[in-house]
Design a protein around this ligand. Structure first.
Ligand code: PEP
Ligand code: MN
Length: 314
């Protein structure tokens, strides 16, 4: 950690020593270099040090802020090998179980085993349909036992975690909930694989801080997911730089959600091709009959288009 100052150096050093036990301070003339503090917990002191007269700026290294994310390996080999490129596909929401079954069959035929199986949808309007909810659990469980796919499901509410234990293999924390720290902690405690989406406009550091919550509270298997920023006019967007940064510096699988980022089915293929090259995989909304999707209708692609995409990815 570097503390830049323009006056009161002695007083800053005195306060640092008093506040943070056992630290080492090296005077580098333009700044003070601070070492030997408990990583992560330094966040408890930063606001106070920032307020000391003379301090102009504090710079921290990522490993001082998110130590577990920086040092651990979150790739996994079961129930699928996250070290090999993978694809998560399926509907935006399960809107009809018969149709969902047809989609599952087609996807399994194409060797896609990780299937979006959303029963709970966060909606901007309180009047909008929120998915089948817990009422859909029995039917989903039946299909899951029959076809043995790996299910990915967004969970919005900690009270649901117990109820979905059998039907949900991968807990998705949606973009809106990236900063729902209560949900992050409880999801982590289940020890299931957790797929964390980046909230639009969040920085790499904010994204990693949320991942650090998962890691600190028990997640060993994490998937990060970039899904782009969100513009009111629906402009497509994906932050490929964040994907590259994460691939380069961390041992956490990072995928691209090419549907919520492309926002239009016409653009999905293009987004998929460019993201698949650099990421560990992609998530994509695919269903038997995209026009019937009650949510994100214009971005879901059909099986034929998906087949064409798979051919191009080979
Ligand atoms: C989703 O993947 O179903 C979803 C709602 O996406 P996001 O949280 O990225 O908006
Ligand atoms: Mn969607």
């Amino acid at each position: 950690m570097k503390i830049y100052f323009n006056k009161n150096k002695e007083n800053i050093i005195k306060i640092l020593k008093k506040e943070i036990k056992g630290i080492e301070i090296i005077d580098k003339i333009e700044y003070l270099e601070v070492k030997k503090f408990k990583k992560g917990y330094i966040s408890n002191f930063i606001p106070k040090i920032n307020a000391v007269e003379g301090v102009i700026k504090i710079e921290t290294e990522l490993n001082e802020i998110v130590p577990i994310i920086c040092s651990n390996n979150f790739y996994f080999k079961k129930p699928f090998n996250s070290l090999e490129k993978f694809i998560i596909a399926g509907p935006c929401v399960i809107n009809d179980f018969e149709e969902f079954e047809k989609t599952i069959l087609k996807l399994l035929n194409l060797n896609i085993k990780i299937i979006r199986s959303p029963l709970f949808k966060p909606r901007s309007s309180p009047y909008a349909w929120e998915g089948f909810g817990i009422e859909g659990i029995t039917k989903l469980l039946f299909l899951k036992k029959r076809y043995k796919f790996i299910s990915v499901m967004e969970i919005l509410d900690v009270r649901i975690l117990d109820k979905v234990n059998e039907v949900c293999d991968i807990i998705q924390i949606g973009a809106r909930n990236m900063r729902n720290y209560v949900l992050l902690k409880e999801a982590a405690k289940t020890h299931k694989i957790t797929l964390l989406k980046r909230h639009p406009y969040s920085t790499l550091k904010e994204f990693l801080l949320s991942a650090e919550y998962l890691a600190k509270y028990g997640s060993k298997k994490i998937i990060l997911c970039e899904r782009g920023d969100s513009f009111s006019d629906g402009t497509p967007s994906i932050n490929l730089n964040i994907i590259m940064e994460i691939k380069k510096n961390f041992k956490i699988p990072i995928i691209a959600d090419v549907s919520h980022s492309a926002k239009k089915s016409k653009k999905v293929i293009d987004f998929a091709l460019k993201s698949y090259k650099i990421a560990d995989g992609i998530m994509i909304e695919v269903m038997e009959n995209p026009k019937r999707s009650p949510i994100d209708t214009s971005q879901v692609i059909g099986i034929e288009e998906f087949k064409e995409l798979l051919a191009k990815l080979k």
